[in-house]
Design a protein around this ligand. Structure first.
Ligand SMILES: Nc1ncnc2c1ncn2[C@@H]1O[C@H](COP(=O)(O)OP(=O)(O)OP(=O)(O)O)[C@@H](O)[C@H]1O
Ligand SMILES: [Mg+2]
Length: 241
């Protein structure tokens, strides 16, 4: 079943074309990868899906409803959550308070007791219960990334957008965060993840979309994408004659 339908999206920043006539679907339950060279438009796409930027053309439907004119907080309430390429936790709040903010602004939170439960569960999932009362400004990069994951998960998302969640981490930390992401996926959350490391994206994704200069140049299984000539050219440059 199609969860998210992206149709004909174009985005310009002045004279810069960040996305051009981009269309694809996200299927419920999948682990979808998004790759592309620097400046390909990956983060811009996430900002449009979450309502932070409005496109110049096109629409996005989530569970059949056009969400293009909604504000980011309304899109979050509908079940789309995200993490940022450069993490943006609330530094002067505690770990628990960060997760609670997610829970209070998320989906189906009618009472604050339920929100506390969601926040506690999210901390458990990322393994930060022991640091629940620590101010986030005192945490390492790894723990800040976990806090951001917890805040996103505490919104009880249907679709979770992850923008390079393991960038800047060492191999052991990377494995730790990927295990958490895998756990989130197992809990019936559809994942749409941007990642530069080919080995990681190939082994975790069911399907991959490739952007280059704001356009989709390939879409398919990891194996299909890895053997696509346009993709190889985009990453390695055109072969010289
Ligand atoms: N707020 C903005 N104002 C002006 N230009 C922008 C803005 N956001 C993105 N761009 C431009 O849009 C293009 C796509 O940027 P984007 O950040 O989406 O790329 P990306 O694929 O996420 O790259 P990276 O892999 O480096 O994170 C770039 O040329 C970038 O400079
Ligand atoms: Mg980016």
């Amino acid at each position: 079943m199609t969860l998210l339908e992206v149709k004909g999206i174009s985005k310009y920043f002045g004279g810069v074309r960040a996305l051009k006539d981009l269309s694809f679907d996200v299927i419920q339950g999948e682990f979808l990868g998004l790759i592309g060279p620097n400046g390909a438009g990956k983060t811009t796409l996430f900002n449009i899906i979450c309502g932070e930027y409005k496109p110049n053309h096109g629409y996005i439907k989530f569970k059949g409803e056009n969400i293009i004119s909604l504000q980011p907080y309304d899109i979050c309430k509908k079940g789309i959550s995200r993490t940022y390429q450069l993490v943006k936790p609330f530094l002067n709040l505690t770990v628990f308070q960060n997760a609670l903010v997610g829970a209070l602004f998320g989906r189906d939170k009618s009472d604050s007791r339920k929100a506390v439960e969601f926040a506690e569960e999210a901390l458990k999932l990322v393994g930060l219960q022991d640091k629940r009362d620590v101010l986030v400004k005192h945490l390492s990069t790894l723990d800040r990334k976990k806090v951001e994951l917890a805040r996103a998960v505490a919104t009880n998302p249907i679709l979770l957008l992850l923008d390079e969640p393991v960038a800047g981490l060492n191999p052991k930390e990377t494995e730790e965060v990927l295990t958490i992401i895998n756990e989130i996926h197992k809990n019936d959350v559809t994942i749409f993840m941007i990642e530069h490391d080919m080995k990681t994206i190939m082994s975790y994704s069911n399907r991959i979309i490739v952007l280059h200069n704001g356009e989709k140049i390939a879409e398919g299984t990891p194996r299909e994408v890895a053997s696509n000539n346009q993709v190889i050219e985009a990453y390695l440059g055109a072969p010289s004659c």
